[in-house]
Design a protein around this ligand. Sequence first.
Ligand code: HEC
Length: 143
Amino acid sequence: MNWFKPLSIVLGIVALSMVVAAFYWRQHGDPATGRLLAQNNCGVCHDLTDKKVNERGPYLWGIVGRPAGAAVGFHYSDAFIQRVQSHELHWTEQSLEQLLDDPTRFMPNIAMTQRKSQHALAFEGMQLRDNRRDLIAFLKTLR
Ligand code: HEC
């Protein structure tokens, strides 16, 4: 029996779908990788669940599409409020990309980029574009 031909067709289809999936992730980001990145890079200051708990930073549930400064009960810094009042800001994929790429330039002096005596960590930005894209793909699932 010649089983080689159907087998090679199946393998060809599998290989093709892997290429398509890889291409899709390259364009749209991989939320599974983004989840790990978020847990490691944001979870120390931000709640990522639908419990919407404010920690050192505001909860990020529903962040994509939310106006900046809208986490209920979070006490935003003066620098943050001034920045949002001077030009209106909504969190979109694009504005999140700018924040994550260079937080100090996009929002100068906000609490996210400052070290504090009670909480010595500060966020310096995320260098790799692929990581930012995967992370934002994950943030979109927080709804
Ligand atoms: C060192 C702690 C810290 C880390 C790490 C951190 N953040 Fe923040 N983040 C904050 C604080 C504090 C604020 C509030 C800023 C202010 O009030 O000045 C904030 C604000 C934000 C906001 C604005 C939210 C709103 O309600 O408008 C977004 C979006 C955000 N962070 C996303 C992230 C993401 C995504 C990561 C991970 C890549 C991250 N942050 C990592 C502390 C942190």
